[in-house]
Write a protein that binds this ligand. Structure first.
Ligand code: CTP
Ligand code: CA
Length: 226
């Protein structure tokens, strides 16, 4: 294989990536989800594998093909993703949370199909657990990367998440820009690091974005050990 003759800076390293949306049931037939396609997370997982890493991909429901040689754990809800990430966290070297996790879930999930009634319906939602914040505060040796989807003030909110969740780096997506992100094969991102560095990666395929991101993360990690 072509990749095997290339440099593998992540050989011997364990990388966990989350991808895609989560899906929260309302009743037997209905659910809440979001527009995440999972393409960014799958591209990151494939790139990590090319760089020699032992990759675990925790994937929400997506329409993408499994990647050979990558240990893929399929989950549906935010709670299932939380469990899969936490169970595997201690042994990882790098964790990248590109999944679009639901912030809220229906407080009550009906086993039956809900019947409609006269008048409006109010559904009570409750918060899910913040997976990224949990691992950011728990991390020992791990390099933890978050994603942020923002429509406005994107660098300001990105920086806030970087510090609140105690991350090593955050990748900021401008989802107000209709040409890129979510369902698209292309993306354009900013990267902010804990050390205060700021990078901008102009529009290109999610594969190319992944290469640039790992360059940044690996350089940043190496700086840490000096
Ligand atoms: N995230 C998570 N668990 C959640 C919600 C979000 O791990 N329950 C992670 C996402 O995977 C992403 C990062 O947190 O890496 C930022 O997600 P985002 O939705 O942009 O930010 P939130 O912290 O949820 O804040 P808000 O949606 O209010 O902007
Ligand atoms: Ca959110």
């Amino acid at each position: 294989e072509e990749s095997e003759s290339q440099v593998q800076p992540l050989k011997g390293k364990k990388v966990l990536i989350t991808a895609g949306p989560t899906k929260e049931s309302v009743d037997a037939v209905r659910y809440f989800t979001n527009h995440s396609s999972g393409k960014m997370g799958y591209a990151l997982a494939e790139e990590a594998k090319k760089l020699g890493a032992d990759v675990t991909l925790v994937s929400g429901p997506v329409h993408l093909k499994a990647i050979a040689g990558i240990n893929t754990i399929k989950v549906s809800t935010a709670q299932e993703m939380y469990q899969a990430v936490l169970e595997n966290f201690d042994t990882q070297d790098i964790v990248i949370k590109s999944a679009a996790v639901a912030d809220y879930k229906p407080k009550y999930q009906m086993d039956q199909k809900m019947k409609k009634k006269e008048g409006p319906l109010t559904l009570e939602l409750e918060r899910t657990q913040d997976i990224l914040k949990t691992i950011g505060l728990k991390k020992t040796h791990q390099y933890v990367v978050g994603f942020a989807a923002e429509t406005d003030n994107i660098l300001h909110y990105g920086r806030e998440k970087l510090s609140k969740k105690n991350l090593d780096a955050i990748v900021v997506n401008d989802i107000g820009n209709k040409e890129i992100g979510f369902q698209s094969d292309q993306n354009e991102v900013y990267v902010l690091t804990q050390k205060g560095e700021e990078f901008s990666i102009s529009t290109r395929s999610k594969q190319e974005i992944s290469k640039k991101l790992f360059d940044i993360f690996i350089n940043d990690m190496m700086g840490e050990s000096e």
